[in-house]
Design a protein around this ligand. Structure first.
Ligand code: FES
Ligand code: MG
Length: 570
């Protein structure tokens, strides 16, 4: 088999001379004759602290690649730190995916190992690899070790949301709150709750893009480096077998990813990421597939934010494979993995070692988990809610809307003692979709009004066209599509309108007659809340981003572009 990289290195002409000469760097002469060139797409960055350790992981991958006869190539790619990057890391997910895709295609690369961790990094890498369709395998960077505070587990993100609400409710001092800061993040790795990073690592494994059994290995665990070494070897084998995403990822792979997403009680963000990845592969995955496949699946993993434990506990208790073994009958038995073997073949030896952390099928944490897809006159193209993270008494609810036109408007007014709001009100926030913000930030889990917190209220129905952190919880209807800034009816809701939520019936409505709603136009303040970038990536993004129900990718990036080698550079 002739390698793709041979189109650079093979031959005796001037151009092959140029390609080889600059790449010699001390490697042996036979580096350019038939040895697979394996890129290590690495999102390590000091500004993405969750991924800062990936250089060490990359070193282990390099060893494995060399050992199997390949040539490893460091490829630093755009990295997105969830807590730092403004206005939201999601705005840059497609940019990272596009940049990685183009660099994989433009260079003499035969296969790639993808190193990610923090929320958007694994999705952007998988989107890129799916479009280029070169042999690709993910090594998830792994979660941080457990944090503890005042004697109990303190989870990343979830702890911040809880403790900051305690401060606002007056039940925790500011000093204690600040003391918890260094207790929460105490090692390398990504967030240790079942947030988006943990979810995407596990879901990537269920999808078949990680060596089975590796996802969820804590970042400081030496077994992660061993797995990275092994994955380096595998990448070389994958090139020989021509095992590209387009050859082994099917609708069945996404079916398995959705079952896993539900069984682990994963983040709602996985919905937009999986839709975007499927879009790159030309696989017909829809929002409704998440409800159809996932909503009957029991939640078996007792992790924060919905439950008690953290990722280190999940790994100790048997990890993803032990979870999937319990729901084996719901999985697609034919869906393959990066190894060439079906995912289900890895379940035979899996075992639960702690039934508090991973519940047996017969004793689920929640009988039917997953993500419910809602529709109605407020979300004609759909909205999602995670029932397991919601309050049961709010899953069927009628309440008066209190509408906010931007997150700034929300922050300015939410704690106003005169704000006309009670526990039955529905907080509505708009202008937070892909186009409106821009980038669809994680603001949908709006903090509750201080005066209600002081009365002991801990959850309210909230509706938003943005996303919410996978570490957050509450009765939050999010990803409303179309968003307000794309002409969705969310722009027409007024304070005082009655909002009707019925999760069992999968409905989200505003109780306003159709003819009256049709007569309304958005207020100026509403429209003023939408982003109107004049230049750069933001301009390109706003002009081309699709809505949440199709993955919020750019319209011209869907589909596979392939790895065809383009014209010579000299
Ligand atoms: Fe990076 Fe949570 S901030 S994974
Ligand atoms: Mg996040």
């Amino acid at each position: 088999m002739r390698l793709r990289s041979a189109q650079w290195y093979e031959g005796q002409d001037r151009n092959s001379y140029i390609h080889r000469a600059w790449m010699r760097r001390g490697v042996p002469d036979d580096a350019f004759t038939g040895r697979p060139q394996i890129a290590i797409a690495n999102t390590a960055s000091d500004l993405t602290p969750c991924n800062a350790h990936l250089d060490e992981v990359a070193a282990s991958v390099r060893n494995g690649v060399y050992e199997a006869g390949g040539i490893p190539l460091d490829l630093p790619v755009v990295s997105l730190g969830e807590t730092n990057v403004r206005p939201t890391a999601m705005l840059w997910r497609n940019m990272a995916a596009m940049a990685t895709e183009e660099m994989l295609r433009a260079n003499p690369i035969d296969g790639v190992v993808l190193l990610g961790g923090c929320d958007k990094t694994i999705p952007s890498l998988l989107m890129a690899a799916s479009s280029v369709d070169l042999p690709a395998v993910v090594v998830p960077g792994g979660p941080m070790l457990n944090g503890t505070f005042r004697g109990s587990l303190l989870g990343c993100g979830t702890g911040v949301w809880q403790l900051s609400e305690e401060v606002r409710a007056g039940t925790l001092s500011q000093e204690q709150f600040l003391r918890s800061e260094s207790a929460m993040i105490r090692s390398r790795g990504h967030c240790n709750t079942m947030g988006t990073a943990s979810t995407m690592a596990l879901v990537a494994e269920a999808l078949g893009t990680v060596v089975p059994g590796v996802a969820g290995t804590p970042a400081p665990d030496s077994r992660l480096l061993k797995s990275a070494h092994h994955t380096g070897r595998l990448a070389v084998d994958m090139v020989a077998a021509d095992r590209r995403p387009g050859t082994f990822l099917t609708k069945g792979s996404f079916h398995n990813a959705i079952v896993a997403l539900a069984a682990v009680g994963g983040s709602t963000n996985a919905v937009v990421h999986l839709l975007a990845i499927a879009g790159r592969l030309g696989i017909d995955l829809t929002l409704d597939d998440f409800d159809r496949i996932g909503s009957r699946v029991p939640v078996l993993v007792d992790l924060q934010p919905a439950g008690r434990f953290l990722m280190e506990d999940l790994h100790r208790a048997g990890g993803l494979l032990a979870v999937l073994r319990e729901v084996r009958d719901l999985l697609d038995p034919d869906a393959l993995t990066v190894t060439g073997e079906p995912l289900v073949t890895y379940l035979d030896d899996a075992q639960i070692w702690d039934t508090e952390v991973i519940r047996p099928r017969a004793e689920p944490l929640v009988a039917e988990g997953g993500i419910a897809v809602l529709r109605g006159n407020l979300a004609p193209d759909g909205a999602v809610v995670k029932p397991a993270a919601a309050s049961p008494h709010l899953l069927r609810h009628r309440g008066r809307a209190v509408v906010f036109d931007s997150i700034e408007d929300f922050r300015a007014r939410i704690d106003d003692p005169d704000l006309d709001v009670d526990a039955d009100s529905v907080l509505v926030l708009r202008g937070c979709g892909p186009k409106g913000y821009p980038g669809m930030p994680e603001v949908s889990n709006m903090p509750l009004p201080r005066k209600l917190l002081e009365q002991g209220v801990r959850d309210m129905v909230r509706v938003c066209d943005g996303r919410m952190s996978g570490t957050a919880y509450g009765t939050v209807v999010l990803h409303v599509a179309p968003e307000a800034a794309a002409g969705g009816p969310l722009a027409l809701v007024r304070t005082g309108d009655v909002i009707v939520l019925d999760v069992e019936a999968r409905r989200i409505e505003v109780d306003v007659p159709a003819d009256e709603l049709a007569r309304r136009t958005p207020d100026k303040a509403t429209v003023d809340g939408y982003a109107a970038p004049r230049r750069g990536w933001e301009r390109l993004y706003v002009d081309h981003v699709t809505q949440a129900d199709t993955g919020a990718d750019l319209d011209f990036l869907t589909g596979s572009s392939g790895s065809e080698v383009s014209r010579e550079s000299h």
